[in-house]
Design a protein around this ligand. Structure first.
Ligand code: FAD
Length: 352
């Protein structure tokens, strides 16, 4: 290796939400020289607003996430690894009780309930025509996970609070120079803000705003996730998160009184017996989705020093560990990316 290569790093990761932080951790574990930068902001990123729920069966039609077994296995193994290494608790398994409210939902579930691939994820004995009891659900404490990883990066001296801006980036095929830092690669993990990234704006991003409440109540809450289209996630005996709203193609992070009122109405209908309901936090964030609902990974087709890890939608807690492992294998060994998540699927949109 020449002197010049010694003075450069391997990769700048732009963004320190779940995508950037977990990918950076994986690359560091394999010995890469990494610099993580994240924009200081008055609003927390989506990863710090998220409830962190992992649920492999979603939507009105009870669709099982493709490759759920692989994704869950990798997610739980990764979160346990973090717990073990840093002596923190981030993964909280909790069953999910799902209301089956309409005839259409009943029919959809009846069609699916005997399918062999659904069996590991629901409990037939505790389910009925009116409710589905799901297994292998729970939540990731995203704030503890991010605090832990960021503390680790700070100890390694590789986390910087700075905003990436297009100028003064210089790049060749093999190297970039940005703000005085030479790096072979830059990987953008900017969440919904990637839609204004000049190199990646051609991707079909579909951001969706969400608002979420943290509530306390007088009574002890049942320790399971309740889901009737909105979910109630107990996070302590009498405290829960409740949400979330969903607004396609809205991208501001401002909590609104109107959505708070809607959520509180829904909560009262779902849990009429609970009293003393108090809002102790109300946050908003923007989910970073794509039009085909799949993550997007890989190097830019024309600028191979620039990469992206994005599009984790509403499922970042379940998807990020597995997809970051694919990114890492691709980064170090050129192992092909899964086609459904490869940025190459959008190349025809790129007009130069
Ligand atoms: C209300 C709500 C509830 C949700 N609930 C769940 C849930 O229960 N389960 C689940 O799995 N998912 C949930 N999600 C989705 C999840 O939050 C997102 O998919 C995930 O957090 C996206 O992570 P990310 O790292 O891609 O983006 P973000 O978390 O948005 O992080 C982006 C990062 O990029 C940085 N950045 C952006 N631009 C720049 C720049 N120019 N320079 C430097 N840094 C930059 C930001 O500072 C930030 O660090 C929810 C989302 C919302 C809004």
């Amino acid at each position: 290796m020449n002197q010049h290569a010694h003075s450069s790093i391997d990769v700048i990761i732009v963004g320190a939400g779940l995508a950037g932080s977990i990918l950076a951790y994986r690359l560091l574990q394999h010995g890469a020289r990494v610099r993580v930068i994240h924009a200081p902001s008055v609003m927390p990123p989506a990863s710090r607003v998220a409830a962190g729920i992992i649920n492999p069966i979603t939507g009105q039609r009870f669709v099982l996430q493709a490759q759920a077994d692989l994704l869950l296995q990798e997610a739980v193994a990764f979160y346990h690894h973090i717990e073990h290494r840093f002596k923190v608790k981030v993964w909280h398994p909790l069953p999910m009780q799902r209301a089956i409210q309409t005839l259409k939902q009943q029919q959809a579930w009846k069609k699916r309930q005997d399918a062999p691939d659904y069996q590991p994820y629901w409990d037939a004995l505790k389910s009925s025509d009116l409710q589905l009891m799901q297994k292998q659900t729970g939540y990731l404490d995203t704030n503890i996970l991010l605090d832990t990883l960021h503390h680790h990066f700070m100890q390694l001296g590789c986390l910087y609070s700075e905003e990436f801006y297009q100028f003064p980036l210089e790049m060749t095929e093999n190297e970039t120079l940005w703000n005085g830092v030479r790096s072979k690669k830059i990987i953008f993990c900017e969440g919904w803000r990637a839609q204004s990234n000049p190199w990646f704006a051609y991707l079909p991003f579909q951001p969706a705003k969400g608002e979420i409440l943290t509530l306390t109540v007088d009574q002890s809450l049942t320790q399971k996730i309740l889901n009737d289209g909105k979910w109630l996630l107990p996070i302590s005996p009498n405290q829960c998160k409740f949400g979330a709203s969903y607004e396609n193609n809205v991208w501001d992070e401002v909590p609104t009184a109107a959505v708070q009122a809607q959520l509180l109405d829904h909560f009262a209908t779902m849990q009429p017996a609970l009293t003393g309901v108090r809002v102790i936090n109300h946050q908003a964030g923007v989910r970073a989705g794509t039009a085909d609902k799949q993550p997007v990974l890989g190097w830019h087709p024309h600028y191979p020093s620039l990469g992206i890890f994005n599009g984790l939608g509403s499922k970042a807690s379940m998807l990020t560990p597995w997809y970051s492992a694919q990114w890492s294998n691709y980064f170090f060994n050129q192992t092909p990316l899964p086609a459904h998540s490869d940025i190459a699927r959008f190349s025809s949109r790129l007009v130069l």
